[in-house]
Design a protein around this ligand. Sequence first.
Ligand code: SIN
Ligand code: FE2
Length: 216
Amino acid sequence: MTSLNLFSEEESLQPLPLGPQAVLLRGFALPLVPEILPALDAVTKTSPFRQMLTPGGRKMSVALSNCGRLGWVSDVHGYRYARADPLTGAPWPIMPDCFVRLARSAAEKAGFPGFEPDACLVNRYLPGARMGLHQDRNERDLGAPIVSVSLGMSATFLFGGLRRNEPAGRAVLHHGDVVVWGGVDRLRYHGILPIKGPPHPLLGQQRINFTFRKAE
Ligand code: SIN
Ligand code: FE2
């Protein structure tokens, strides 16, 4: 992959534009981390992390859970949103209030006021786990942005174009960083390089990512 140094290694706390309607908000989630971590534990106690199959029948390297009215699931039948956790048969855990506040305030800061997520996909990456370039396009409402929160180990985020073969820029995401993309950037291809590097002081050898969506 071409490594355009589009986003440079900008580590200031200024919002860093990744596109006309895409922005990296460094450290935006940090003040809420003390509330988020216990809420996350409660979510994954009810709906544990599990590795799902891709439509091609391969096990994803990332393990996932969800909270909110809808949860993103994948199996040999395809990708979709489901009201119940296929593992437990019960509804997904309610989206914790601190999650909703974080998603709303990050969206607003990025220029998308009034964001009301109904789905929060929680991804867990252990060292070596990755996410290939893809678009988030299973949502009915593409007018709403995606709000993506990083916790734990750092990761290299790839942010490409509207077509898979366009070169992707890179940005290293750290604990507490939030990326928001919507509008003309809503369908940009994105992914995560295999996780490596030192463990995180609070979360150890893992990276957790939330992506908030308005699915329907
Ligand atoms: C995703 O695109 O679902 C995850 C992105 C990330 O882990 O930062
Ligand atoms: Fe995605």
